[in-house]
Design a protein around this ligand. Structure first.
Ligand SMILES: [Zn+2]
Length: 176
């Protein structure tokens, strides 16, 4: 089983963790170990839980980022000490960025850059009108076969975009 299959998604209200940098996270989610905690807004019919195509897109884009933290969490270890070390590494990166007066401590952190790889590729792939992309349509209709077909069809473009992320990262770091 791979990391994606093992991952769990949970509402953050059930979580023991209340981290001070939560608000920095786009819309509010955090990955600890193999669990991705989403704040209440994501389940709320008045928030991202209204079942609309836009809500599907918001979930997909955000998951594309959070799943980027899964291999990191695995690297740090899933036992309690590993989780603590992982959270401390984040805290240290945020503190460092904040001290250097960078505009966004969350997005500038190296672990965040690494985690954002998949989301960046997804954004390039779907372009300016994500809701018009057949991948989004298939996902929203819960058509697993069509989703797989789309992934297969886009595979070489995804691989190409994935290679360009390193270049994108270099440029952004030069300008911060
Ligand atoms: Zn993140």
């Amino acid at each position: 089983m791979n990391l994606l299959e093992r991952a769990r998604i949970r509402p953050a209200r059930d979580n023991w963790i209340r981290v001070p940098w939560y608000r920095y996270h786009r819309g509010g989610a955090m990955t600890v170990g193999r669990t991705i905690w989403f704040t209440r807004k994501w389940y709320d019919a008045a928030g991202y839980g209204d079942g609309s195509p836009l809500a599907t897109w918001n979930w997909l884009a955000h998951l594309a980022h959070e799943t980027g933290h899964l291999p990191q969490a695995e690297r740090f270890g899933r036992h309690i000490l590993g989780k603590a070390r992982y959270i401390m590494a984040f805290a240290a990166q945020y503190a460092q960025r904040a001290l250097m007066l960078r505009s966004d401590p969350h997005d500038g952190a190296p672990l965040e850059f690494e985690a954002d790889h998949g989301r960046w590729v997804l954004l390039q792939l779907v372009g300016d009108r994500p809701l018009a992309h057949p991948l989004l349509h298939a996902l929203h209709m819960r058509d697993a076969q069509a989703v797989r077909a789309q992934c297969h069809q886009c595979a070489s473009r995804i691989a190409d975009l994935s290679q360009r992320y390193a270049e994108h990262k270099r440029k952004v770091l030069l300008h911060t």
